[in-house]
Design a binder for this molecule. Structure first.
Ligand code: GTP
Length: 371
């Protein structure tokens, strides 16, 4: 059994080298971990929480493109030492392979934290580490309760915290419990022996079931907010939930010329012309320019977007640098990629998505993916 004593270096590995196919087209131009949540990259939320929980060093397990985007955006490191471990070109290593690849950086001295770079979770990592060191488990998974666990890894817990079975994405109604893998765990260095080298390995399908069979897998029931931003609706919902949780701390924009319906989050450098109605649940990124009589609600607008007069945006994600013309109507569930241009007087049907840098000059009358 390992223990962590004062003075030990606490390390965390963040898995952030996936392809985020379910978040296309927005993920064509940024990795999931850099998606803004209430105008702050998810990775920054994660760094802040890790630093608050006494973590000293972070290994970012990424592919070369994700490393490029992170270096370009430079989210504040919050005092953490950040290093990169890069999957081989054209060989994504899955959710366990990158842990094996980072074996030297993580070392064999103490247990370390592993977390998915696409979850927002109020996890008390100090408690998670402590719980791990109190058992003889080789892995302790943070568990979160969900009504429908079928899209996640599900833990069958017995004897207090021991996980006797771990099943990835069980068929609906066949899950042994409602406790899902929250995408964060503590591993003891011995787990390196369970991960084959040089190929993609799934921790959920190849490592956890083995540890459960050997009675070396434990659970830690987390409390507080937990959100996966893997799909567009989940991403929008996560923004709304976080906005609710922090709105009392945000400054209320003051203007007699515009109507603000709280909660809203408006970043620096945003200009909004008279007669516009903003909110509820409008999250507007840096330097966005909003014309007259525009309506924005239930939506996330990324930085540097321009929106023409009389346009309506409701239930939409608008990518960075997009130009939305005058009198445009974007239907619920639309995803507008970065740098897209939508010409004046165009309506885009609900649940359509437009790939980066496309130009839309005609109405889209049924759900469509424009690539
Ligand atoms: P989808 O394609 O939409 O399923 O997204 P994804 O590829 O990100 O997969 P998933 O949501 O299952 O990934 C969970 C976490 O592991 C995310 O933070 C991913 O970035 C990360 N991840 C997934 N696959 C890899 C991989 O091959 N290498 C690395 N380094 N990280 C990965």
């Amino acid at each position: 059994m390992y223990s962590i004593t004062k003075g030990d270096t606490v390390k965390a590995l963040i898995l952030a080298g996936g392809f985020a196919t379910r978040l296309r087209p927005l993920s064509c131009t940024r990795p999931k971990t850099l998606f803004p949540l209430v105008n702050k990259p998810l990775l920054q939320w994660i760094f802040e929480r890790l630093a608050d929980n006494g973590v000293d060093e972070v290994v970012m397990a990424v592919n070369a493109l994700t490393q490029f985007y992170i270096r370009q955006q430079k989210p504040p490191k919050c005092g953490l030492k950040v290093r990169f471990s890069i999957d081989p070109p054209k060989m994504p290593l899955g959710t366990a392979g990158p842990i094996k690849k980072a074996e030297k950086l993580l070392g064999h001295n103490e247990p370390f934290i592993v977390l998915n770079g696409d979850i927002f979770a109020d996890i008390n990592y100090k408690k998670l580490l402590r719980t791990h060191t109190e058992t003889n488990a080789l892995a302790t998974i943070a568990l979160c309760t969900l009504e429908d666990p079928s899209a996640f890894g599900v833990a069958d817990v017995c004897n207090g915290n021991q996980i006797k079975q771990f099943i990835e994405k069980p068929p609906k109604n066949e899950a042994p419990s409602n406790l899902i893998n929250a995408g964060a765990y503590v591993l003891s260095p011995k787990v390196f022996e369970y991960i084959p080298e040089g190929r993609a390995v799934s921790i959920e399908r190849e490592v956890f079931p083995k540890l459960a069979a050997e009675s070396r897998l434990s659970g830690f029931r987390m409390e507080g907010l937990w959100m996966d931003i893997g799909k567009p609706q989940e991403y929008l919902d996560a923004n709304k939930t976080i906005l609710d949780s922090i709105s009392s701390k945000l400054k209320k924009p003051k203007s007699k010329k515009i109507n603000i319906s709280l909660p809203v989050a408006i970043d620096k450098g945003v200009t909004i012309a008279e007669g516009s109605t903003i909110g509820p649940y409008a999250i507007i990124g840096k330097n966005v320019k909003v014309g007259k009589n525009v309506q924005i609600c239930d939506s996330v607008v990324f930085p540097d977007v321009e929106i023409g007069d009389d346009t309506t945006i409701s239930g939409v994600i608008v990518g960075e640098g997009a130009r939305i013309g005058k009198n445009v109507k974007l239907g619920k569930g639309c995803i507008i990629g970065d740098l897209v241009k939508v010409k004046d007087n165009v309506g885009i049907h609900e649940s359509s998505s437009v790939c980066p840098a496309k130009e839309i000059s005609e109405n889209i009358l049924k759900p469509k993916v424009v690539c």
